[in-house]
Design a protein around this ligand. Structure first.
Ligand code: ZN
Length: 139
């Protein structure tokens, strides 16, 4: 059995980290699958999905500082010459993290840890509305 749901998230861009755990859990929980996998996917090449502990230090500072060290915003990106845009760092960061996440569902529940939240990270340089797809496969 496969069950697909979608929802939208408004972001501020600029490595905005948004906790989407409840949005995902509500959609995964509303389908009849009791045991299987839940795929969470963000549409677009400048955003990513991962997990973290959604506390203010990580969400508001540490993750952004990490990405600034790995792919600085003011570094040179050939992509920006290709399109005349300003978001080369956003694409590189999004590729490094990846656009999707798989969480096992056991007995009707996502098997996340207590301090493990599902987060959307929007790396683009402007506010965006992101579409998230939640697809559950199982029985
Ligand atoms: Zn671009």
């Amino acid at each position: 059995m496969t069950h697909t749901a979608r929802f939208q998230v408004a972001t501020r861009g600029n490595t905005h980290v948004v906790d989407v755990t409840e949005d995902v859990a509500r959609r995964a929980g509303s389908c009849p699958v009791r045991n299987g996998i839940c795929c969470v996917f963000v549409v677009g090449s400048t955003a990513a999905i991962t997990t973290t502990e959604a506390e203010p230090g990580l969400v508001g500072h540490d993750l952004k500082a990490f990405f600034e060290r790995v792919a600085p915003e003011d570094a040179e990106y050939v992509h920006e010459a290709t399109w005349g845009d300003d978001n080369g760092h956003a694409h590189v960061r999004a590729s490094a993290v990846g656009p999707s996440l798989v969480v096992p569902i056991v007995d009707g529940r996502l098997t996340l840890g207590t301090w493990q939240q599902i987060v959307l990270i929007d790396f683009d340089t402007r506010a965006r509305t992101r579409e998230i797809i939640v697809q559950v496969v199982g029985e």
